[in-house]
Design a protein. Structure first.
Length: 200
């Protein structure tokens, strides 16, 4: 098992911080959100989830001198040719919130039949041992579903209230945390990361 004890997380998203800490607590690894170290967000200029995650992790590691982990994730809607994709967090503009993003997505799909509203969550997690790490650990998870007509559920964050999970016949925001972790895109990516971390 790795001797990693502390790493910086290149995110200010409280939902992501909480999910990742719950997983890494099991290994005794402490996550320090980059904001606690005064590290600002870096502009996400990449064209893919992988590129953006690497940019964020490299920035956080360089400014903290710690190993870094970054997550870039979003939702892809087939009818919208993969949008909002890498722009999921800022889909509704500069001052986007989860609620305004969901409202914009539902509006973009107005009149679209349920069987054409297929979508998936994507998550990419990148781990850098140091800022110049030439071989980062890169893990990806996918969660298939569809976009509903209405919001339902109080759990989760992001697009969860309008993301339908077909195998459980409910919205992602209706799932308890443990069930979501076992099924979700981020849960799958984190599980891969922990497996690779243990083998490193």
């Amino acid at each position: 098992m790795t001797n990693l004890k502390k790493l910086v997380l290149a995110s200010a998203n409280p939902g992501k911080i909480k999910e990742l800490q719950e997983w890494l607590d099991k290994l005794g690894i402490i996550i320090v959100p980059q904001g606690d170290l005064g590290i600002p967000d870096i502009e996400e200029t990449g064209l893919t989830f992988v590129e953006n995650a690497i940019l964020k992790a490299r920035n956080a590691s360089a400014l903290s001198n710690l190993p870094a982990i970054a997550d870039d994730s979003g939702i892809e809607v087939d009818y919208l040719k993969g949008a909002p994709g890498i722009y999921s967090a800022r889909f509704s503009g500069e001052h986007a919130t989860d609620a305004t993003n969901r409202t914009k997505l539902l509006k973009a799909l107005e009149g679209v039949h349920q069987d054409k509203r297929t979508a998936r969550y994507q998550a990419v997690i990148v781990y850098l041992r140091h800022a110049q790490d030439p071989t980062p650990i890169i893990c990806q998870g996918t969660w298939e579903g569809s976009i509903t007509l209405i919001e339902r559920g109080e759990q989760g964050f992001g697009y969860d209230p309008i993301f339908y999970v077909p195998e459980l016949k409910c919205h992602a925001a209706e799932l308890d945390r443990a069930t979501k972790q076992s099924l979700s895109h981020r849960g799958k990516a984190i599980a891969q990361f922990l497996e690779q971390l243990g083998a490193s």
